[in-house]
Every structure is written in structure tokens, then in C-alpha cells.
Ligand binder design. Sequence first.
Ligand code: SF4
Ligand code: SF4
Length: 354
Amino acid sequence: MFNLNNSYQYKLNSMPRGKDYVGQITNNCEAPLRSLTIDLESNCFLCSCDGWLPIPIGKVQDFNSFNDVFSSPNARIIQKDIQDKKFTWCAVDHCGIKSQDIRYMRYEIAINIDESCNLKCPSCRRESIMHTQGSEFERKLKDINTIISWLQNFNESIHIVLTGNGDPLASHIIRPLIKNYQPKDNQVFTFVTNGLLIKKHLAESPIFSQIKNYRISVDAGSEQSYLLTRGGSWKVLLENFEFLNQHNKQELVTLNFCVQKNNYQDIPKFIELCRKYKFYGHIHHLDDWGTWPDAMPTNPDVWTIKNGSFNEHNVLYNLHPQYKDCRQIVNTEIKKLNDNRILFGNRLKELLSL
Ligand code: SF4
Ligand code: SF4
């Protein structure tokens, strides 16, 4: 029914789908009527995760408005399939539909069209990526301006999530939305960011007051491990935390910590950091994004010699030499935790048998 290119076909085959599920799912999902994710190629998906429902229904330039997106012929096919409880293309083992209804209080759009970033964390990328010119840059700029026009002409309440691939504050493509867009009262934002450019780009932004959620990846509790996991300036990061505090944003901020060999000993310091700034903290497992090789190859390239392999960093693997040490640190912190602002991820606890 859908003619998928290799990469979406690969995604489709990478997880069990509803078409293969032998049981009956009776729960309802509103995602195809409310949720839109846009990926690097500016393809549109009717779910909060394009891996869960990897069926592109068209590109940004195919649509003039949100209503166009949700009422397009391809959207109708997906909506009907889900309303009929078939979930043909849905990652039913992962998205939560087997255990509960999936509802949306308002519309949601995740804009993931640019992977530009001011950092190059070894877990994420081998080279810096920063688009500032050329045909791809112009295409993406056209797309963000189209999305802005959708937002300008949309009257329903909507949550705008920036961004799943790079840093929205470093991106020259997302910048028109940050610098020039005048949001409506019912348009709220989540920023997924490394936090280093918050003060620089948000202080004067018309959307600053509409940002209701900051998810800041830190992966460290000290300058020393921050340099290893992220390679950014700890001093600048703390200046940005101060800025958020001065603007009373504490309740809106979650610091993220992804446990790995270079930072697990920092977990107590990270918790202290969250407490100091009165931010929420989320400590979770390391995902394999395919940047590191799984294991050290026989003839490693220069980058791999310097940065190692996933297995070397994945201290949550039970045969890793530092697994027990990590387990003990996490266990100690969980036991003495009396702060519901700090969360340890379930998968992390599972991997550490806690
Ligand atoms: S059922 Fe799951 S995969 Fe399908 S649209 Fe809903 S949340 Fe996405
Ligand atoms: S800050 Fe985020 S997007 Fe940027 S390189 Fe690091 S992990 Fe990737």
C-alpha cells in the first residue's frame, strides 16, 4: 500500500508490528489525528515517534496547513487502520498501545528537520554538523518557514517539540522560529537541548515565555566528565543554569544523565547539581546510536582508537569490568534518595538488576 524506500523499510522491519501480533488490541490511539513528527528529510509521520510508525505520509511542501496534513489521503489510510484497531504498521510492543489508550490533550508537532549542533558528543556523531548554506540548507529553511505559516494559521492548542536530532538553539534553520515567530497563547514549546545557548538565543526571543519544558542533556556532574561525554564548556553550562534560575524556570527544567563508563562515578555529583539548581533529574541507560562500533574492530580508524567502542562505554553490560562498581553507586543513590525530582530509568534499573 505504501511504497517505502530502503531506510523506512529497514525501520519498519526493525521492530515487531501490529500486523504480526496474534492477540487483539482494544485500546484507542489518537496519535494519527493529533501528532505529527517531521524528520531530517522533511517527511511527515502521524505519531510522536517516526520509528514507531515509520510511514511517511508526504513532505512538508506537500501541505499548506495542519488540516491538510491530517486530512491527506495517506493520513486517512493510517487513521482508518488505527481506528479499526489493526495497527498494521505500528510498533505495538514499544509504543504502549497494548497497555493503555494513547490520548493527546492538544495537537503536537516534533520538528526534527536539522541535525546541526554546536557539540559533537562521541555517543552521537563523529564529525561536527552545522548547516549554514547550500541547497539542503535552503530546502530546510523553506520547510521551517512553511511550518511557521502552518502555526500562524492554526487556532487549536498545540505543543511544539524542538528537536530530536540536533540542538535547536545551534540550528540556523530553526532560528527563524526562535527569533521571529510570535506564538499564540495556546502554542507551547519543549526544547531538547544541550543548554549551552539558552541565554544567548532565548533571552530576547518572543517564544521564551511559551517554553514550558527544557530537557537538557548533561551526562556529567563535574567539568572533568563533561569534557569527556560532551566536550562543551562546563562554565557556560552553569551560566545557562543561572540564567534559567534568574527567570524562575526551575520547575520547567529536567537535566538528563545517560550512564556510561566516563560518567557513572559522577552520579552523586549530578544529583547534587540538580538539587543545587532545583531542577528535575533523569538518570537513564545508554542507547546505542551506532556512532561507536559495537566492539573494537581489528583495524580501528583514528576516531575509534580515540573514542573506543560501545561495549567499552556500556558499563551497564553485566560483563563490563566496571559493572559492579556502577551497580553499587546507583544502588546506594537509589536507597538514600528522598527526592521525587530525581528519577532513575526503569531500563537502567533492569540492566543493573535493581
Ligand atoms: S498505536 Fe503506537 S505506533 Fe501507532 S500511532 Fe499510536 S502511538 Fe504511534
Ligand atoms: S548535544 Fe545532543 S545533538 Fe549535539 S552532538 Fe551531543 S548528543 Fe548530539
